[in-house]
Design a protein around this ligand. Sequence first.
Ligand code: AMP
Ligand code: GLY
Length: 421
Amino acid sequence: MNVLMIGSGGREHALIKKILESPRIGKLYCAPGNGGISRDAITVDIPVMDKEKMVAFAKENDIDLAFVAPDDPLADGMVDAFEEAGIRAFGPKANAAVIEASKVFSKNLMKKYGIPTAQYEVFDDSQKAVEWVTSNSVAPCVVKADGLALGKGVLICPTTEDAVNAIKTIMEDKKFGASGNSVVIEEFLTGPEVSVLSFTDGKTVKPMVSSKDHKRAYDNDEGLNTGGMGTISPNPYYTDELAQQCMDEIFVPTVNAMAKEGRPFKGCLYFGLMMTPKGPKVIEYNARFGDPEAQVVLPRLKTDLLDICDAVIDGTLDKLEIEWSDEPTACVVMASGGYPESYKKGIEMFGLDDKGQVEGAVVYHAGTKYADGKFYTNGGRVIGVTAKGADLDEALKKAYDAVGRISFENAHYRTDIGRTK
Ligand code: AMP
Ligand code: GLY
């Protein structure tokens, strides 16, 4: 089976390493990929949003499966483009990817189908939004840009003044571009956060093992929100009882709601959940694998990922049993100094050769370049180091052990992954 992976981060590297375990894999390509990915797959220099070139490449190279991993090309209809060209593709079509691409859509969906989430109001006029937050004193609240904003369009507002500023930043200054044409203003919820990725073929939903992301840049959850500085799996707050409740009240109702709306969701549906005192609620949906959630969830997958992709595309997921390892995993992200704000690129990396590696640990490349036998930094999040262990402590110890052997100037990582709420 010839596969084309679309994307260039740590998530895509984790998907690639998992696909390489399949006895069914033939040629494995990745567009555009990165330095680390280029050691495991044939990288192809096509921009991630270029549907035409992707489809043409797939046709010319007998691709049997295109795997669209990132949110932007999904929202832009890349899966639709492959299907129209007769090429099988993993991921939701644009009309279903909207569950992530528009928060207004997802909030209205949840309201219509009674799926638990924070209470909210939608505004497309900043003046009206400001009037509403001031006259109803809704703070603390959360102001969210409607569209995709690299996970940065969510502003937590402890006071009314913060909320007014957030509305202006998103809707008037257009800090996140057109994604801020509308905003969702919602109730501030509290409780541990849990990420649950799932496979769904539009009818059946099979949750994967749970995980926990650490979004803030610095230890003790200080600093700005990032794409994710580390993850563990399973999530210690996600009990069997909560899992059953989420299945009944959130996962199944969401998949059924999308089907009912004429937008069957096929692919990986990510549930960002908060375990509030009033039960589990949806914080957000993503239409794809999370990053760095994929880096702790996929290493625990025992079933052939290509078989799962087939079942998702063919609508036969109900017939496939998906198996997971009981061993916990931990991933520590090494980022460029300064991330998520400005940082330097092109810094030489050391310790990535085989000799320096820790048994049971694997390095997923997120933002690296490979040239003349050396790796250089090429992004904010540079690598994610994942390890498995008999328990979480052992997984963390191995992951940090491996991180300690890798270095580059101004490398930054959190030292408390798996240790905070
Ligand atoms: P999102 O990009 O939607 O995942 O939001 C980023 C982060 O903001 C989440 O992981 C939460 O920590 C926080 N957040 C989003 N919505 C809420 C809410 N209604 N109440 C409290 N925290 C929230
Ligand atoms: N780690 C969160 C995300 O992928 O959106």
